[in-house]
Ligand binder design. Structure first.
Ligand code: DGJ
Length: 705
């Protein structure tokens, strides 16, 4: 048995104190503390109440039933009915700067458990486990979870839910006995249960409170749980949902969980998000793309759908370039017999009836206009009405004897089938090799019902093979940028972000809905990975109408684009697209590198977002008026994150066209500007003008001394 000792992992402001001995237990996860930790340790020995086991049982990083921890176990499995309640004993510890690796074993059960946990300089914790079968005979795994403790002051949860065209919705609830559990069984990250949650102290808010945020980096089925034990101790757990019989380890084989990312902040949700954003910028997105300017897109989908005529597409490109667009993307409809969404998926050959001269003239035209070219693919899918299916009906991800339900008329390809995998790799690399393609929109438009390979459940392998396919293409074409799209925001998580570099958050381009969707996504993702496109004045999926100002400003902070047919737009509308594209470019370096703030105001009908530059020399603030102002005056805007002592000039960069007519008099600073200190901004603030519902204004702050 190991002698007990304390190990510290430290971030910028936070600390993990882990006691290791026979097992590992996190004693503290919060702000840094000082002092002689070994002496402090005695302050934490718990009482042993009556009516339960006669000894104290720790909540470890992998709770064990065999040790008497009656929480959801970290590992559940068996060897043909044996070895089902392992008790791991720590054998080896390795510590480096920010990282701790632990090796534990249960020789009787024939299992070895390795645990990695790290806390980086952005205050983000990363942890995962690996289990190895060290004995003869197969070991079947039913569950294998990552567990982190929560202090008892974590009394509330913020969780995420959603659906197609309404992703990233948030809800609050108390964390009580019985806990909270969410399960995603849809085969992809899913719109319904984004794999993240936040626990926090009572009434935690954007600005105040202790919060512990969790993100489970996995693009398949998952379960998240936050629970309260009978003794009041709390913990959070994240795991892949394994289908029956899916994971069987032969002797010597291992299984590793996905990474669970977590971050503590005593500065409310903003502090948590800022830590996650910094981590994503520095450690998740590939370095090939973090330093690259994100070009403004024009994507053809909502402009022409399946109606492809190269001459017309080239005229769209010409107009796009005039608007300031920097990357032109041809969406669905370019490949053989793809005239609607009932056929052709899998047949990744150019439709030569639509493109008789090939794709080259279109790409050359786009490049001549100074834009990059991008192309849409949906590699994992197949329509029964396709040459691919007619040749390879056995390539379907399915279980023999059952009819798979269709989703958008399509089926899933079994990526464990090496021939299918190689075919897809060959087809994509053909296009990437032959044409000057800078970007792929990688779509995935249906859920997975029976992920069967050779009769066995294989949902996990399907997700892993999808990663392999993207990785293989990334290795061969490292300069190609990839968007992860799945009917909008159905596959958005840190694991896929390691191999892509932006997301399509939603098929809903309605600016009002986008305000909510982008807000929900902002808790774990910085704006530059959110594809945010200006859609047409008449939104295709909500049938609402919004002004160009509201649409332009709503798309402004993210990876901006335009999603319509510019040829059909009138001159005034086009002038406005050009204006917002230029505005975006003028502040893009700030937007995509600065610190993000979600700012509460005195009126809940507002939604306010700010970005402050790292050196606090400038900031932009977007005030969106989502609904009718609650009162006749709009209250104050208080902006955190500026330099207290510095003076800032405040001015309006953009406002609604009817701005002056909304009230008798708008605040004078909105016409002539004002000068305020950073501390004034934070504590006193600036009087807000009165805005109409579904409008927005953009404010700039520049340090002048
Ligand atoms: C779903 C995506 O979310 C859309 O943007 C578009 O690419 C369509 N698929 C194309 O079929």
């Amino acid at each position: 048995m190991q002698e007990r000792k304390l190990i510290e992992l430290t971030g910028k402001q936070t600390q993990l104190i882990i006691e290791v001995g026979e097992f590992a237990e996190i004693l503290h996860w919060g702000n840094k503390v000082s002092g002689d930790l070994d002496r402090c340790r005695s302050a934490l020995y718990r009482p042993v109440p009556q009516g339960r086991l006669d000894k104290d049982v720790s909540v470890t990083l992998s709770p064990e039933l065999g040790r008497g921890l009656f929480s959801s176990p970290g590992l559940e499995g068996h060897r043909n009915g044996q070895d089902w309640a392992p008790v791991f004993v720590l054998k080896n510890i390795e510590q480096s700067d920010h990282k701790l690796s632990l090796e534990s074993e249960d020789p009787q059960a024939g299992l070895c458990l390795s645990t990695e946990i790290q806390l980086d300089e952005y205050d983000v914790v990363k942890t995962r486990h690996t289990v190895t079968n060290t004995k003869s005979g197969q070991y079947q795994i039913n569950r294998f979870a990552n567990t982190l403790p929560l202090p008892a002051k974590a009394k509330e949860l913020m969780t995420f839910y959603g659906r197609w065209v309404k992703e990233f919705q948030t809800q609050r609830q108390p964390l009580l006995h019985g806990g909270y559990q969410q399960e995603n069984r849809r085969g992809r990250t899913s719109h319904e249960h984004y794999p993240a949650l936040v626990a926090g102290s009572q009434n935690f808010s954007e600005i105040v409170g202790d919060v512990w945020g969790f993100h489970f980096a996995w693009s398949g089925n998952h379960r998240l749980r936050a629970d309260v034990k009978a003794d009041g101790r709390r913990y959070m757990q994240a795991e892949v949902i394994y289908l029956p019989g899916e994971v069987v380890l032969e002797e010597g084989e291992s299984l590793t969980t996905p990474w669970l990312y977590a971050s503590y902040s005593d500065r409310g949700l903003n502090g948590m998000s800022q830590q996650f954003h910094a981590h994503v910028r520095n450690s998740v997105i590939s370095p090939d793309f973090t330093s690259k300017v994100r070009p403004v897109h024009l994507n053809t989908w909502e402009g022409i759908y399946f109606d492809h005529d190269p001459e017309y597409i080239m005229s769209m490109a010409t107009q796009a370039a005039e608007l300031g667009v920097e990357r032109f993307i041809i969406d669905d409809g370019w490949f053989k017999a793809r005239d609607d969404d009932t056929a052709a998926l899998g047949d990744w050959f150019l439709d030569e009836t639509k493109y008789p001269n090939g794709l080259e003239p279109v790409i050359a035209h786009v490049n001549r206009l100074g834009m990059e070219f991008g192309l849409w693919f949906e590699p994992e899918m197949i329509n029964k009405d396709s040459d691919l299916y007619r040749a390879h009906p056995d390539w379907l991800l399915a279980v023999d004897g059952y009819e798979q339900p269709t989703g958008r008329n399509q089926y899933v390809i079994d990526l464990q089938n090496n021939d299918a995998f190689d075919y897809l790799y060959e087809r994509l690399s053909h296009f990437l090799g032959q044409y000057n393609i800078a970007y792929i929109k990688w779509d995935m438009n249906r859920e997975i019902v029976q992920p069967g390979h050779e009769g066995r459940a294989s949902g996990v392998r399907q997700t892993e093979r999808f990663y392999d396919l993207v990785d293989k293409l990334r290795t061969q074409f490292p300069h190609v940028s990839i968007e992860s799209c799945a009917s909008g925001g159905g596959r958005i998580d840190y694991e896929i972000l390691k191999r892509t570099d932006r997301f399509w958050p939603s098929d809903n381009n309605d600016a009002l809905e986008r305000q909510h969707i982008q807000r929900g996504m902002s808790y774990f993702f910085p704006p530059e990975v959110m594809g945010s496109h200006i859609g047409s004045g008449h939104c295709h999926c909500s049938r609402r109408r919004h002004s160009i100002e509201f649409r332009g400003l709503t798309a402004l902070f993210g990876h901006m684009g335009i999603e319509l047919d510019p040829v059909k737009e009138d001159v005034t509308e086009k002038e406005n697209f050009a204006r917002y594209v230029a505005l975006h470019k003028s502040i893009r370096p700030l937007l995509h590198s600065g610190t993000n703030w979600r700012i509460p105001t005195d009126d809940e009908a507002h939604q306010v977002q700010a970005v402050v530059s790292e050196d606090q020399s400038e900031a932009v603030v977007l005030v969106a008026q989502l609904a009718m102002p609650t009162n006749s005056l709009s209250g104050h805007l208080r902006i955190p994150g500026l330099n207290d002592q510095a003076t800032y000039r405040v001015s309006v960069l953009d406002k609604p066209s009817f701005y002056e007519k909304i009230v008798n008099t708008q605040p004078s600073w909105t016409a002539s500007g004002c000068e305020v200190s950073g501390s004034w901004c934070r504590e006193v603030g600036i009087v807000l003008p009165v805005l109409d519902p579904e409008t927005a204004m953009l404010i700039k702050l520049e340090r002048i001394n």
